[in-house]
Write a protein that binds this ligand. Structure first.
Ligand code: ASP
Length: 330
């Protein structure tokens, strides 16, 4: 068996992603997204085998640099790197007592001196990962920057949907909850609209970004109206850590109007899939029974797809540097 999954024996699966970094979904083309999803799909089977390890990235160094908490994203990037044979280092940095700008660049320069091939970065400030990518020599993957983008989350969501429904184009997807602070929503809107899905966003007026329709979505403030006829219901966590002041009257009130329960779900298609990027606040944005519904909820599958998608991203970005191909803008 070769180290890289192949469509035909001996030939690496073609990859059309020609950028040096992965900083966001905005601006990616249909072939680029499709190519990353196809590559990720080929890693799903590998991850279900007893022997999950390959040597594709042997000798390469991946550094996970997290300035914000994470469970799923950090762990899955670590597993993805290790399953491809890379050396993976985890660095968690708390920003509470330090000047953020200085520390970010200083840290980037320090790590750069150790010649990492890939830096996976999460930061509470929108744009911070982009800034850092301009200071280092290796590839940078945005693992979530403030309320801006979380590209690998959108890719894993898309892979989950595509495997379940066989396509993205033409599906009606509702993204519900704290749209205002959500990088997951932003990346998903870019990806899904690019791939030809129709996207509705549902949020209370206080959590709905102004002029969101410019992103090519339809906006609703009523859950049942917004969910009408949807194929996919994607719930978002209330991002209390990004809220200054009060955006909802109480969790109880929020759940009553915007929490996903069977009653509201009844407005969506009978086989609509339920998604959540995690971590879930049961009883706030989603009812426990709905979250655990084995026929409708694909929340655990999203976690599984996360590892495959991150393997594909590491593979694609390190292929760029191996072939010395011209580097893309982002
Ligand atoms: N894990 C996702 C993120 O980092 C979603 C969330 O935290 O609500 O954005």
């Amino acid at each position: 068996m070769t180290d890289r999954p192949t469509d035909s024996p001996g030939a690496p699966a073609p990859i059309l992603y020609a950028h040096r970094h992965l900083l966001g979904i905005e601006g990616l083309s249909v072939p680029e997204i499709t190519s990353l999803l196809d590559l990720a799909d080929s890693y799903v089977e590998q991850n279900r085998q007893a022997d999950k390890k390959r040597s594709l990235l042997r000798g390469r160094t991946v550094i996970n640099l997290f300035f914000e908490n994470s469970t799923r994203t950090r762990t899955s990037f670590e597993l993805a790197g290790k399953r491809l044979g890379a050396d993976v280092i985890n660095m968690s940095v708390t920003t509470s007592s330090i000047k953020k700008g200085e520390t970010l660049i200083d840290t980037a320069m320090t790590l750069n001196a150790m010649h990492p091939d890939v830096l996976v970065v999460r930061h509470p400030d929108s744009g911070a990962v982009n800034l850092l990518s301009q200071k280092v020599d290796g590839a940078v993957i945005n693992a979530g920057d403030g309320s801006h983008e979380h590209p690998t989350q959108a890719l894993l969501d898309a892979l989950t949907i595509r495997r379940r429904r066989g396509r993205l184009a033409g599906l009606l997807v509702a993204i519900c909850g704290d749209l205002l602070h959500s990088r997951v929503a932003r990346s998903n809107i870019h990806l899904l609209t690019t791939m030809g899905a129709r996207v509705r966003v549902i949020a209370p007026p206080t959590l709905m970004p102004g002029a969101i329709e410019r992103m090519g979505v339809e906006a609703f403030t009523d859950m049942r109206q917004g969910l009408q006829g949807c194929d996919i219901v994607m719930m978002l966590r209330l991002q209390t850590e990004r809220m200054q002041g009060s955006f909802v009257p109480s969790i109880r009130e929020y759940f009553r109007f915007y929490g996903l329960d069977y009653d509201k779900l009844g407005a969506a298609k009978p086989d609509a899939l339920i998604m959540h990027p995690g971590p879930m606040n049961r009883g706030a944005e989603i009812d426990s029974e709905v979250a655990d519904d084995i026929d409708r909820s694909v929340i655990r599958e999203q976690v599984e797809m996360g590892v495959a998608v991150r393997m594909a991203c590491l593979d694609a970005l390190t292929r760029q540097s191996t072939s010395n191909s011209p580097l893309g803008a982002s």
